[in-house]
Design a protein around this ligand. Structure first.
Ligand SMILES: [Fe+2]
Length: 234
């Protein structure tokens, strides 16, 4: 059962779009079909060599994205801290100025011609993943009169079938904007919010190149990462 003291309620009017998105009637449950449970299964051969390098995967030859260079890495584990291998992780984010490459984006910060904003990787046999990117900027959004999103990276985690998909967001340790955000504010406790905050890891930095942030993803149990689409996890 979903723990309502830990997970945010569906209807949180200070996060304006939750009013239209939250269910007005009791949810119905449907049995999954065989195809939902068995396909697709992702293999390492689906990845290109630059898929986990957002600094270069959209850049012209010899160029790179503008912004603070970072490595984001961590481990995907289950409720017993067992590694979850072969899990496809997809990420998308704004550029260093806080702007998305999207036709409906309205923020005045400029696009970076060498930054696309999305990438992917697959966890190894011990559940580890890693990608390189530039730290995204915060951006304003039309919610209240002056609401800003903290710097964040969107995450999607696929299991072994299409129906096993979890979605969440990574924030950055020490960012004061985390505590101003109406979306983050729907989460009832600081402890739950901390599950979404990547920690600066100086031991994993690449000297003269990139800082490192560690972000572990827990699929179920008491230490579970908060997921937007399935609060109860996989
Ligand atoms: Fe975003």
């Amino acid at each position: 059962m979903r723990d309502r003291a830990w997970h945010p309620p569906a209807l949180t009017p200070l996060y304006k779009t939750s009013v239209a998105r939250s269910p007005q009637r009791a949810p119905l449950s449907f049995a999954t079909t065989i195809s939902e449970e068995t396909s697709p299964v992702f293999g390492n051969d689906v990845l290109g060599p630059l898929d986990n390098d957002l600094i270069h995967n959209f850049a012209k030859d010899g160029a790179g994205a503008i912004g603070p260079r970072i490595v984001v890495y961590g481990r995907v584990v289950d409720e017993a801290n067992r590694p979850v291998p072969n899990t496809l992780i997809e990420v998308w984010q704004a550029n260093a100025g806080g702007r998305y490459r999207h036709k409906k984006e309205g923020y005045l910060a400029p696009l970076d011609p060498n930054f696309g904003g999305c990438g992917r990787c697959i966890t190894d046999e011990n559940g580890w993943y890693e990608f390189r990117t530039v730290q995204p900027g915060p951006y304003p959004w039309p919610n209240g009169p002056n609401d800003w999103r903290p710097a964040h990276i969107h995450f999607s985690i696929f299991g072994h079938a299409f129906a096993q998909r979890l979605i969440s967001q990574l924030y950055f340790e020490g960012d004061p904007m985390i505590w101003q955000c109406p979306i983050v504010g729907t989460i009832p406790t600081p402890e739950a919010i901390e599950t979404l905050v990547a920690k600066l890891d100086m031991g994993a930095t690449i000297p003269m190149d990139a800082r490192a942030y560690r972000f572990d993803i827990v699929l179920r149990g008491k230490r579970q990462t908060l997921f937007e689409n399935r609060m109860e996890g996989l």
